[in-house]
Design a protein around this ligand. Structure first.
Ligand code: ZN
Length: 296
């Protein structure tokens, strides 16, 4: 009896169970961030999302339910870099006094790809470089510790474990890209979401739609890209889960480039899809890209 009791106490000390209602309420602006928060927060946090799986944060318009989520949250985690143009108004409307954590704080900004789409200033898609998501994780850890100091040890150890996974992922990306012949490292996507991936890993992405999905590609942009695909013999075009696939199908038809599959740029899939977590998303994209570019 005594031994059982002692074992039980040790268990309690090792992994204090957090009662459902005692969890730190965190709202993340979109699904990719929500996944990073879950990895750092573990069972101490309850994460809600504003923009869910397979949804497009660029053209999001907040609902009254979103304002209620924010009003309940103790912490709101956003990407920053201008991604959530709607956040200030929503926070104000909700009366929220949640602590704000900007995940991309400290990331080296990049300008949007020249000549594509309309100017929206800097490129918000910093999560397409795994090294940047390590910065996200550290910012989120610090934000959670500040809001819930009693959870510090858990947040710190969860973060260390997650960073190790991200390091392994980064290595995997570099090794896979290195195997793609240099003259085939070019693909077409719908919107310009992969600039950070391009800068980090040396693949060229060309997009008719610009860094936001807000503005449609012009006929001129599309015509220019068709010429470019033919001239540079670009092997594959990719669709995205958040964009209208018709444009790329048309480009593929006119150029003979093959449709390489679907890439996940700005949103995770649901649980049963191929990209329910950030790490799955990068792995899935990598597999699609290397599959299309290494075989002809
Ligand atoms: Zn985007």
């Amino acid at each position: 009896m005594l031994r059982v009791f002692a074992a039980f106490s040790v268990l309690l000390l090792a992994a204090p169970a957090v009662a459902q209602d005692a969890r730190l309420k965190v709202t993340a602006t979109f699904s990719i961030l929500g996944d990073v928060v879950k990895n750092i927060g573990g069972d101490r946090v309850e994460v809600t999302l504003l923009v869910g799986p397979n949804a497009d944060a660029h053209v999001y318009s907040p609902s009254p339910a979103d304002a209620r989520k924010l009003a309940d949250a103790k912490v709101v985690v956003l990407n920053g870099l201008g991604f959530e143009g709607w956040i200030d108004r929503l926070v104000k409307a909700s009366g929220s006094n949640a602590a704000r954590v900007t995940a991309a704080k400290g990331v080296t900004p990049r300008r949007k790809t020249e000549g594509h789409g309309h100017s929206h200033g800097s490129d918000p898609h910093a999560w397409q470089s795994v090294a940047n998501v390590k910065i996200y994780a550290a910012n989120i850890r610090d934000g959670l510790v500040a809001a819930d100091p009693a959870g510090k040890a858990q947040y710190v150890s969860n973060t260390a474990a997650y960073l190790a996974k991200l390091d392994a992922l980064e290595t995997e990306v570099r090794e896979t890209v290195a195997k793609i012949p240099a003259d085939r490292r070019r693909i077409i996507t719908t919107h310009d979401a992969f600039g950070f991936f391009k800068d980090a890993y040396g693949l060229d992405f060309i997009a008719p739609q610009g860094v936001s999905t807000e503005s449609e590609a012009s006929a001129k942009d599309v015509a220019r890209i068709i010429v470019q695909i033919k001239r540079q013999k670009i092997p594959a075009v990719f669709m995205e889960n958040i964009s209208d696939p018709r444009l790329l199908k048309r480009i593929a038809d006119e150029t003979g480039a093959k449709i390489g599959g679907t890439l996940y740029s700005d949103a995770l899939t649901g649980e049963k899809g191929p990209a329910p977590t950030y790490i799955d998303l990068i792995r899935h994209n990598l597999k699609q890209i290397s599959g299309a570019l290494t075989t002809s």
